[in-house]
Design a protein around this ligand. Structure first.
Ligand code: ATP
Ligand code: MG
Length: 401
């Protein structure tokens, strides 16, 4: 039985009636054209162009909300620039969410100049020295892209940025410029004013996409990703409209389209409908909530677990006091010190703001006021979010028996 359904899944993927090329819709695919980003492409190209004539381009600071094309545009412009430059310009792309220590960033830069650096063992100063030596020897203009740079600064401070934006005074044969990218609009508050001004020699803002812009983008990518006639008419407009409401996030728009098509395919259909898009939306929202739960601190998770268990025990209209008792019971089982009732009350507000529970203040007449607390996400979502926590996984298992 098992083997047969597995075979069926494989068969379906092999002769998909929907996808001509699924990869086109994946997030790291950089398409040949980026509609509605001409202005940003030309601006960035204009700032970097002096590199072709041997001059150091200004440093650039790029910001805009998530999914507005910052990474795609930057990679697109740099790829074209390096083709034109024929080895006189080299660029290094570092994603600081994945590479978030000073040592590893520098090691990555040295590696992109063709020299190897051990993963550990050297001091940061030593790697820095190697970087400067190698760059000087290369006699090139180097453009360093630090994408999602806020992760680096929050984890390791801004000393690397300070250093890199000032390095040119020590270089004689080579030159360096830095492109910093972030979607954290408050990020510059973390920066030393000197770093802020040198990184921001040029600033580039990426506005959110509108619904009709997203429609054009999806249309273009869908043409290569799907067989003709597979998408019902309303599919792309619906994906675009949902994503436009979420801050014009193109990644979400593409993800909705991909998931909707996968859902249709899983059901053995040859057409994608608006209903598939709505199902995809629910799936994505569920996954987001699971990720949020996974990343919460332990006591916040415990409060959520308390709500979850009380609902399963058929408690209705859970009050803050009842919830606190349940929470304390769980803390005791885990042998950890409970936080105060006041803190639990704050945690409930936080969970409410995250959309995981609904907490309504109700008056109890002369007994004052309390909250009525309800779960706003599915049981499965809570279970999935909590299960991987080492301290909670086994507790969940015993409680759910
Ligand atoms: N104008 C466009 N045309 C086609 N695809 C686009 C366009 N803009 C963005 N995309 C696609 O949308 C997705 C998200 O874009 P990108 O990764 O560049 O966003 P971002 O601004 O870097 O977001 P984040 O801040 O989350 O890193 C990518 O798959 C990208 O290829
Ligand atoms: Mg990005």
């Amino acid at each position: 039985m098992m083997a047969r359904s597995l075979d069926e899944i494989f068969e379906r993927a092999l002769k998909s009636r929907i996808f001509k090329n699924r990869e086109i819709l994946l997030p790291d695919y950089v398409p040949e054209e980026l509609p509605h980003r001409d202005k940003q492409i030309l601006r960035l190209g204009g700032v970097l162009a002096p590199a072709l004539a041997g001059f150091r381009p200004s440093n650039v600071f790029i910001y805009g909300l998530t999914g507005t094309g910052k990474t795609a545009v930057t990679k697109y412009v740099l790829r074209r620039l390096t083709v034109k430059a024929d080895k006189r310009v080299v660029y290094a792309y570092v994603n600081c969410r994945q590479v978030s220590t000073n040592y590893r960033v520098l090691a990555e830069l040295v590696r992109s100049l063709g020299r190897s650096v051990p993963f550990t063992g050297l001091s940061t100063t030593e790697v820095l020295k190697r970087f400067v030596e190698t760059l000087e020897r290369s006699r090139r203009i180097m453009i360093v892209v630090l994408d999602e740079v806020d992760y680096l600064v929050k984890k390791s401070g801004d000393s690397i940025l300070y250093y890199l934006t000032r390095l040119n005074t020590d270089l004689r044969l080579s030159k360096l410029s830095v492109i910093g990218i972030t979607n954290d609009l408050r990020f510059t508050e973390y920066l030393d004013p000197r770093v802020k001004s040198s990184l921001g020699e040029e600033e580039l803002v990426f506005p959110p996409y509108t619904s009709s812009e997203l429609r054009d983008i999806l249309m273009m990518r869908a043409r290569e990703a799907f067989y003709p006639g597979v998408l019902e008419d309303g599919v792309i407009p619906l994906c675009a409209a949902i994503a436009a409401k979420q801050n014009g996030d193109c990644r979400l728009a593409l993800d909705l389209l991909l998931k909707a098509a996968e859902i249709a395919e899983r059901d053995g259909k040859s057409k994608v409908t608006e209903d598939d898009v709505r199902r995809a939306q629910r799936e994505i929202e569920k996954n987001l909530a699971v990720d949020v739960i996974r990343s919460m601190p332990l006591h916040v998770k415990l409060v959520l677990l308390a709500v979850f268990l009380m609902e399963r025990e058929r408690f209705r209209n859970i009050t803050t006091g009842e919830l606190y008792n349940k929470y304390k019971e769980l803390a005791l089982k885990l042998r950890i010190d409970p936080v105060t009732q006041r803190r639990v009350s704050e945690i409930i507000n936080e969970l409410d703001m995250l959309g995981l529970v609904n907490a309504q203040v109700v008056s109890m007449g002369r007994y004052g006021r309390t909250k009525r607390i309800k779960l706003s996400v599915s049981d499965r979502c809570v279970m999935e979010g909590l299960y991987e926590d080492i301290s909670l996984g086994s507790l969940l298992k015993t409680l759910m028996k």
